[in-house]
Design a protein around this ligand. Structure first.
Ligand SMILES: [Cu+2]
Length: 180
């Protein structure tokens, strides 16, 4: 059902003095005449209930959206003398997260594997939890199938590896922590 459809339902069954907050949503549309005026009262009240639930969810959704996730920045510090430092930005992307990694001091043209691992930089689970696009010339962009809240549920960290050949050398790392 699209918004117009909702609007016509709302016009047909709206009661006087009821729910003034939803007025802006309910334009008087010619479509409302399509609704049968003699449908039985029980059905009407069921429809009203369904309608108010739907409208309530419309009213609540923006409130949630307002307190929804903000982008999160994770600082990445150099490891093993790499001189590679930077940060990762995590942007809410529906039920997913868009991750953009920015690194300075990377070797030119080299693809550096990049992951989110469970654990912390000090104690990293070697198995990647999320595989990111490799960092090339200091940048990597990936859509991760988890929300920022998911990524904050347990300790997790970004890490960047020297190269596909030299995976064991970590060149940068950053713990994912909630903003203070
Ligand atoms: Cu890794």
């Amino acid at each position: 059902m699209d918004m117009l459809h909702f609007a016509s339902v709302g016009t047909a069954y709206r009661q006087p003095g009821n729910a003034s907050w939803c007025e802006p949503l309910l334009g008087d549309s010619p479509n409302s005449r399509l609704w049968h005026p003699d449908s039985n009262p029980k059905e009407k009240s069921m429809k009203r209930l369904a309608l108010s639930l739907v409208l309530a969810s419309f009213a609540i959704a923006p409130a949630f959206a307002a307190m929804k996730e903000k982008p999160l920045k994770v600082e990445l510090t150099a490891q093993n003398g790499s001189g590679e430092t930077g940060y990762a930005m995590l942007y809410p992307h529906g039920a997913k997260t868009k991750v953009i990694v920015h690194l300075k001091g990377t070797p030119k043209g080299v693809a550096q594997p990049d992951h989110i691992h469970k654990g912390t930089c000090a104690n990293l689970d070697p198995k990647p939890a999320f595989v990111l696009k490799p960092v090339v010339d200091g940048k990597s962009v990936t859509i991760v199938h988890a929300t920022i809240a998911d990524l904050l549920k347990e300790p997790m960290a970004f890490n960047v590896h020297e190269s596909a050949k030299d995976l064991k050398k970590y060149v940068a790392c950053g713990d994912i922590t909630a903003p203070k």
